[in-house]
Write a protein that binds this ligand. Structure first.
Ligand code: NAP
Length: 266
């Protein structure tokens, strides 16, 4: 039996990539897309897909559900709509796979309780790049033995926040294994402010912003006479798609909400 998938946000940069990816999966069928604007009756009516794409477009999730009965809703929309979509999907018995960022802690708590009560799978993944998740996990494991750590994250120059969410998540995971302590020479002084980067429990985080970059991070761990470097590069949005596919498959086996791909990668 194929997994019946609907996508919200199909016209967007991530959504377009997800449409092509899901359509190529043998075990999945793209049965519908959810939009919030009148863009036509099928994906082919939008200006971003070929006319041959006959997947129907709906403006309401309840209507979409009545007509196409999806198993999974993949959400790649915006922080304004994602909570409502996820809640409605759970209400309707559709399993959400969410890549959109921007949930408040309270919303996550509510959705966790709802999924548990309904015994329904739900995956919310702020980073779908499997390699990035593995980088975080490996860095966390290594920090137990090599606790002198510096993180360098590198992104395109249109990125607004620094450090990146992935760098913060990496530092947080490492701090679960590494005792808080200052690094470098106890008397070190910055002759130019910021030269040693941001301080997270003594680890240093450096943010590089340059045109041409996409999303890259390396975690460096130094020890006596040795250096361990764990690096991940996302070169394009295709890097997120194996995580989307894995999540659609795994959400079918879950009966609760999982936050973060690291919890479903064994
Ligand atoms: P984008 O290009 O702006 O795409 C978002 C799409 O959603 C747009 O087509 C938008 O339409 C549509 N949309 C907005 N509200 C909607 C609603 N209520 N119902 C249906 N469609 C709606 O953004 P993107 O780069 O694809 O990113 C989408 C989300 O994924 C962002 O939150 C981003 O941070 C996140 N993201 C996650 C990962 C990950 O690994 N988890 C990776 C990259 C990005 P209009 O343009 O007409 O408003």
């Amino acid at each position: 039996m194929k997994i019946r998938v609907a996508i919200a946000g199909a016209r967007g940069k991530m959504g377009q990539e997800a449409v092509h990816t899901i359509m190529k999966q043998q075990g999945m069928e793209l049965v519908a897309v959810l939009d919030y604007k009148e863009v036509g009756e099928t994906l082919g009516d939008t200006d971003v897909f070929p006319d041959s794409f006959t997947v129907p477009v709906f403006l309401e999730l309840a209507h979409l559900h009545r007509e196409t009965k999806p198993d999974v809703l993949v959400d790649l929309t915006s922080p304004e709509s994602v909570y409502e979509h996820t809640k409605q999907a759970l209400d309707l018995g559709i399993r959400p796979v969410v890549g959109t960022t921007g949930f408040s802690d309270e919303q996550l708590k509510e959705l966790t309780a709802q999924a548990e009560c309904d015994r329904l799978g739900c995956i919310i993944a702020p980073n779908f790049a499997i390699g990035a998740v593995l980088m975080m996990k490996f860095a966390q494991q290594a920090a137990k033995y090599m606790p002198e750590v510096e993180i360098i994250e590198m992104h395109h120059d249109q990125k607004l926040d620094a450090p990146s969410g992935t760098a913060m998540k990496t530092a947080h995971l490492i701090s679960e294994e590494r005792q808080t302590h200052a690094q470098g020479h106890p008397n070190e002084k910055e002759t130019l402010e910021g030269a040693r980067g941001a301080d997270y429990t003594g680890m240093r985080i450096h943010s590089v912003r340059l045109p041409g970059l996409v999303a890259h991070q390396q975690v460096m761990m130094g020890g006596e006479g040795q250096l361990l470097t764990i690096r991940h590069d996302s070169f394009n949005r295709g890097s997120f798609m194996s995580g989307v596919v894995l999540s659609v498959e795994r959400v079918m086996e879950l009966d609760q909400l999982v936050y973060g791909l690291e919890h479903i990668i064994i």
